[in-house]
Design a protein around this ligand. Structure first.
Ligand code: ZN
Ligand code: ZN
Length: 361
C-alpha cells in the first residue's frame, strides 16, 4: 500500500535512508512505499561488529523485490557503512578490525548485486594525517583486489582536524592513491559540507563550492549526495542533521540541488531527523516540486513553504546558535585559512529566511 507514488518523470534519484527491520529485502518495499527513486540502508546492525550472514532466501527476495519494484541495485542503492569503521586508525589491530567489517559489508553488497557502498573515511587520531590517508588508500586498494565490482564511496565530514574528509583535499589525496579509480567515488553530504565551513547557502556560494569540488576532487568522482539541512551554523563542525528548510541552509539550497543538472542520475539520499518514514515521503515530494519550480507560477508558494519551514526550526536554530557563540567566545577563535570563518554578520544573515525573490534564477 503505497502512500507516496514513485515519480517516474523526475530526472533525479531522490530517496532516503530506509529501515531494514524485518530483513534486508524489506528495505526495497519500504523505499518503494515512500516514493524513493533511490535509497540507502545499513547492511547489518550499525552497532555490532559482527552480524549473521544473509540467507540465500533473503538474497533472492531482495533481488526479486528490486526487479519487481524497478530498482537497479548497481546504481540506485547506496548502503551506509557502520560509523565506527576507521580505516585511518593508527592502531593496527583496530584498523584491521575495521577492515574486516568493511570487507564484510562490501561482500554483502556484491551478494545483493549492489554497485555502490558509502562509508565515513575515519580519523587519523593523534598520528600523522597524511600517513593515515595513505593507510586508508591502501585498505581501499586491498578491498578492490578482494571484491569484484562494488564502488567504494567516501563521504565528506562535518568535523575538523584529524577527521578525514572534513577538508575536501583529504578525499582528493586518497583518490589519488587509489589504483582502480573506476571503483572509487565521493558522496557529498550537504549538512556536513556546511558544518565543515564550506558555505553553500546561496546560489553564488553553492556554485563556488561545486567549482572547488571539481578542482580538488573532480566531478567524475561525484557518486552520491546525502541531503540534509543543518541544525548547526556554518563552520560549527557539528554533525547535526535537520529537516529540509528548517536548518541554517534553508529551502533555497534544496531548490538549487533539485535543479542542478550535474546531480541527475546519482542517488540523492535524505537522512533528515524524521520520526516516521512518511516524513521522507513528504520531503521527496517537496524535492520533486522544487525540480519543477517555475519563477512565474511558484514563487509565492515557495516563499510560503520556505517561511513556514524556517519558522518550524527557529527554536532549534537559536539554541544551536547560542551554543556556537558560547564555544567561539570561550575558545580563542583560530583563524581559518582555507575555509570561510564565520563572523557575527554572517551569523545574523544565517538567521534570516532565504526568500526566492531575493535570488536571481
Ligand atoms: Zn554518513
Ligand atoms: Zn551526518
Amino acid at each position: 500500500m503505497s502512500q507516496f507514488t514513485r515519480c517516474s518523470t523526475s530526472k533525479y534519484k531522490f530517496g532516503a535512508h530506509i529501515s531494514t527491520a524485518g530483513g534486508i529485502s524489506k528495505s526495497v518495499t519500504n523505499a518503494f512505499n515512500i516514493g524513493c527513486n533511490a535509497f540507502a540502508m545499513f547492511l547489518k546492525s550499525p552497532r555490532k561488529w559482527v552480524s549473521p550472514s544473509y540467507s540465500q532466501e533473503e538474497i533472492d527476495l531482495f533481488k526479486k523485490n528490486c526487479k519487481e519494484l524497478g530498482y537497479n541495485p548497481l546504481t540506485d542503492i547506496l548502503p551506509h557503512g557502520q560509523y565506527f569503521i576507521n580505516l585511518a586508525n593508527p592502531e593496527p589491530e583496530k584498523a584491521e578490525k575495521s577492515y574486516d567489517s568493511f570487507l564484510d559489508d562490501l561482500r554483502r553488497c556484491e551478494q545483493l548485486g549492489i554497485g555502490l557502498y558509502n562509508f565515513h573515511p575515519g580519523s587519523s587520531l593523534k598520528a600523522d594525517h597524511d600517513t593515515q590517508l595513505k593507510q586508508l588508500a591502501s585498505y581501499i586498494n586491498k578491498a578492490h583486489t578482494e571484491t569484484g565490482f562494488v564502488k567504494i564511496v567516501l563521504e565528506n565530514m562535518a568535523g575538523t582536524g584529524t577527521l578525514v574528509g572534513s577538508d575536501l583535499s583529504d578525499l582528493g589525496k586518497v583518490i589519488e592513491m587509489v589504483e582502480d579509480k573506476s571503483r572509487v567515488g565521493v558522496c557529498i553530504d550537504t549538512c556536513h559540507t556546511f558544518a565543515a565551513g564550506y558555505d553553500i547557502g546561496t546560489r553564488e556560494a553553492f556554485d563556488e563550492f561545486w567549482k572547488n569540488f571539481d578542482d580538488i576532487i573532480g566531478f567524475k568522482y561525484l557518486s552520491a549526495v546525502h541531503l540534509n539541512d543543518s541544525k548547526a551554523p556554518l563552520a560549527a563542525n557539528r554533525d547535526l542533521h535537520e529537516k529540509l528548510g528548517e536548518g541554517f541552509l534553508g529551502l533555497e539550497v534544496f531548490k538549487l540541488v533539485a535543479n542542478a543538472e550535474f546531480l541527475r542520475g546519482i542517488p540523492i539520499i535524505l537522512e533528515t531527523p524524521q520520526p516516521e518514514d512518511e516524513g521522507y515521503g513528504n520531503e521527496i515530494k517537496l524535492l520533486e516540486w522544487l525540480e519543477n519550480y517555475s519563477e512565474e507560477k511558484d514563487m509565492q508558494e515557495f516563499d510560503t513553504k520556505s517561511e513556514s519551514l524556517h519558522t518550524n526550526g527557529t527554536k532549534s536554530r537559536n539554541e544551536q546558535l547560542a551554543k556556537f557563540d558560547k564555544k567561539t567566545a570561550t575558545k580563542t577563535a583560530k583563524k581559518g585559512t582555507k575555509r570561510s570563518s564565520t563572523s557575527k554578520t554572517d551569523i545574523a544573515n544565517q538567521l534570516r529566511p532565504k526568500k526566492a525573490r531575493t535570488k536571481k534564477e
